[in-house]
Ligand binder design. Structure first.
Ligand code: SF4
Length: 145
């Protein structure tokens, strides 16, 4: 990604970044995962064609500090508070984005740098994201960025 060197995330190592994903990205008819208090849980070995799986596996491979698949902003904010990353990459719809930005602004001077990949198809179920765009952002500043 040519613009990677200029992105502010490039200066923050993956081990200080987290990835937030909305659970509406999952394939609602076939997903075997389950919600939990810590966020949506994907069973080990799930092989569905699913953007959550693709993005989560890449974040793990890049050694991100954490990944949270959240049903909404409250759980995502709690995760950010607990993990204390320096940077957050969030896939979100416009509504969640606005609420999330307001909530994170409330974290004060220690708030992380946030960048958002907007959903390319909204609607609260079976939503979509531009995977190439999201993967490129995840990789900014890494060996494959
Ligand atoms: S990877 Fe996708 S399809 Fe599989 S459990 Fe997780 S959200 Fe569901």
């Amino acid at each position: 990604m040519g613009e990677g060197a200029l992105h502010p995330f490039a200066a923050i190592p993956p081990g200080e970044r987290v990835l937030l994903l909305p659970h509406c990205l999952r394939p609602s008819q076939t997903c075997p995962g389950r919600p939990s208090r810590e966020g949506f849980q994907c069973p080990v070995g799930c092989e569905e064609a699913c953007p959550i799986r693709t993005l989560r596996e890449e974040a793990v491979r890049l050694r991100y500090k954490g990944v949270c698949i959240a049903p909404g902003g409250a759980l995502a904010l709690r995760f950010v508070r607990e993990v204390e990353p320096r940077a957050v990459i969030a896939v979100a719809c416009a509504k969640e984005l606005q609420e999330g930005e307001e909530a994170v602004a409330g974290l004060g001077p220690s708030r992380p740098l946030i960048t958002v990949v907007p959903l390319s198809r909204d609607g609260c179920v079976d939503t979509e994201v531009n995977l190439d765009q999201a993967l490129a952002l995840l990789r900014v500043g890494t060996d494959v960025g």
